[in-house]
Write a protein that binds this ligand. Structure first.
Ligand SMILES: *Cc1c(COP(=O)(O)O)cnc(C)c1O
Length: 388
């Protein structure tokens, strides 16, 4: 072969009787076939095989299989972000004329997706306080297709009564869609509590290392295949390297969450006893307003996120920010390092003040994403900052 041919065709294969312990990154956007029978068989799903990057690679399949198993779901589909997952669920599930009931305190971009994009597509969403099942019941219509909640809400860590909602919806054939990004299967497995479909921003706890943006949807095979078709048509696919990173992160989910939840509970207790803190929101605390539900849904680990109100409002938050030495401000959560966020300036920035206050998100509300550090160091950092 001439050098031009070696350059164009070389470097694609090597001989080895061993295989890697850690799967390689299939950084390819297409797969090659040896005969037309295989083309037909793979295309029709009769034989396992991969076709084209946007349709998925072995890295996607490994991530999907692991997450489906952890959620107790039949199948899962990975995609480019949590929002891509939610968008694909909408397009797979809903069409013009359909109605949706959604929690009033969903993640801001999800609210915008359902309200703004939904309206353009002729899909109407009624936002209600889904912690009250009577409010959900009252909002249902003959054309209601699904109820959309978050397992643990942002930023006040309210719980959705999944079993109660599922009991109310099942006889009417309405699906329960649960965004479990704040929980992860190490904290709560929504399918065990009657959810039909679970959505994750894998950007957060599932990946856990702040180095990837990804989403995933888990549920029954038939529904997941419809969502997968949407992901492929929307072009909302994840890249193989990001799928690989998410899989790598997911391997340590349980050890991370065990430590993070333990740290979060200790921090929540410490914050509750601090004179400058007027209120702490954490499902592991006896003071959580839905304590009985919390014991039923998250009996052993109550999540890595703790929120608290500083009595001094925005000025107290600013002072705290200027004094924190270790804990950094980062408007996300789920990292191995503890970070904090300020909902009024980030996730709830676009929410009108009256609605924000009605939702209980005030000027003194701080959201902590608790990491893997020795909790004494986190407490010391906060103690110094709050003493100011
Ligand atoms: C972050 C987040 C999303 C969106 O996920 P991206 O990966 O940023 O697209 C959706 N729902 C919840 C609850 C989130 O926290």
């Amino acid at each position: 072969m001439r050098p031009e041919t070696v350059a164009a065709r070389g470097g694609r294969q090597t001989e080895s009787v061993t295989r890697p312990l850690t799967p390689p990154i299939y950084q390819t956007n297409v797969f090659v076939f040896d005969d037309l029978a295989t083309v037909d068989a793979v295309w029709e799903g009769e034989r396992a095989g991969f076709v084209y990057g946007r349709f998925g690679t072995p890295n996607h399949a490994m991530l999907e299989r692991m997450l489906a198993t952890l959620e107790g779901a039949e199948a899962a589909v990975a995609c480019a972000s949590g929002m891509a997952a939610s968008t694909a669920v909408c397009t797979a599930f809903l069409q013009a004329g359909d109605h949706l009931v959604a929690a009033r305190d969903l993640y801001g971009s999800t609210t915008a997706l359902l309200a703004a994009e939904g309206r353009r597509l002729g899909i109407e969403t009624t936002f209600v306080d889904t912690t009250d099942i009577d409010h959900v019941r009252a909002a249902l219509r003959p054309e209601t297709r699904a109820v959309w909640v978050e397992a643990l809400s942002n930023p006040l860590l309210r719980l959705a009564d999944l079993d109660g909602l599922a009991r109310a919806l099942l006889p009417r054939g309405i699906s329960l869609i649960v965004d479990a990004s704040f929980a992860s299967p190490a904290v709560l497995r929504p399918i065990e509590h009657g959810a039909d479909l679970v959505i994750h921003s894998a950007t957060k706890l599932l990946s856990g290392h702040g180095d990837v943006t990804a989403g995933i949807v888990a549920g029954p095979c038939g529904v997941v295949e419809r969502v997968r078709a949407s992901v492929i048509r929307l072009g909302a696919s994840l890249g193989p390297f990001d799928a690989w990173l998410a899989t790598r992160g997911l391997r340590t989910l349980y050890v991370r969450l065990e430590r993070q939840c333990e740290n979060a509970l200790r921090l929540a207790r410490w914050l509750e006893s601090h004179p400058r803190v007027s209120r702490v929101y954490y499902p592991g605390l006896e003071s959580h307003p839905q304590r009985a539900l919390a014991v039923a849904l998250v009996p052993t680990r109550a999540g890595a996120v703790v929120a608290f109100d500083l009595a001094g409002g925005r000025r107290a938050v600013e002072t705290m920010m200027s004094r924190l030495a270790l804990i950094e401000f980062a408007p996300s959560f789920g990292d191995v390092a503890t970070t904090w966020s300020y909902p009024v300036a980030t996730s709830h920035r676009g929410v009108p003040e009256a609605d924000r206050r009605a939702a209980g998100v005030g000027e003194g509300l701080v959201r902590l994403s608790v990491g893997l550090e020795a909790v004494e160091d986190i407490i010391a950092d906060l103690a110094g900052a709050l003493a100011a």
